[in-house]
Write a protein that binds this ligand. Structure first.
Ligand code: MYR
Length: 131
């Protein structure tokens, strides 16, 4: 189960990923220490995500397979949806400003939540521990 509170532990290649996304150096340096925390609550095919970071606090609700909108901390708007395949949440999102696609997955590995990101050929991971 994905349910619970997840606190960021470490990231892999996240700086390069943000650079590809067009995030400037100053914001990337801040984002490297964003203290991201997500609380996931799944009920059937509905999810509530409570996101807290150095940048903002945000509640997101979505239903698997149903398109919704999500804004990044810098205001960039994404539109897309999550589905579950096996034990993995798979998200496909499109940037509204340039039409490029961002894919992401969430999967439990051991006692960690691993979120992967892919954008324009650059991949990153953020790894969370239960908090
Ligand atoms: C959620 O389930 O938490 C809401 C939807 C998340 C959509 C994908 C998020 C991608 C975030 C990428 C961060 C990029 C920073 C430049």
């Amino acid at each position: 189960t994905f349910n619970g509170t997840w606190k960021i532990d470490r990231s892999e290649n996240y700086d390069k990923f943000m650079e590809k996304m067009g995030v400037n150096l100053v914001k990337r340096k801040l984002a490297a220490h964003d203290n991201l925390k997500i609380i996931l609550e799944q009920t059937g095919d509905k999810f509530v995500v409570k996101e807290t970071s150095a940048f903002r606090t945000l509640d997101i609700e979505f239903t698997l397979g149903v398109t919704f909108e999500y804004s990044l901390a810098d205001g960039t708007m994404l539109s897309g949806s999550w589905v579950i395949e096996g034990d993995t949440l798979k998200g496909i999102f499109t940037r509204k400003d340039n039409g490029n696609v961002l894919t992401t997955t969430r999967t439990i590995v051991g006692d960690e939540l691993v979120q992967s990101y892919s954008y324009e050929g650059v991949e990153a991971k953020r790894i969370f521990k239960r908090g």
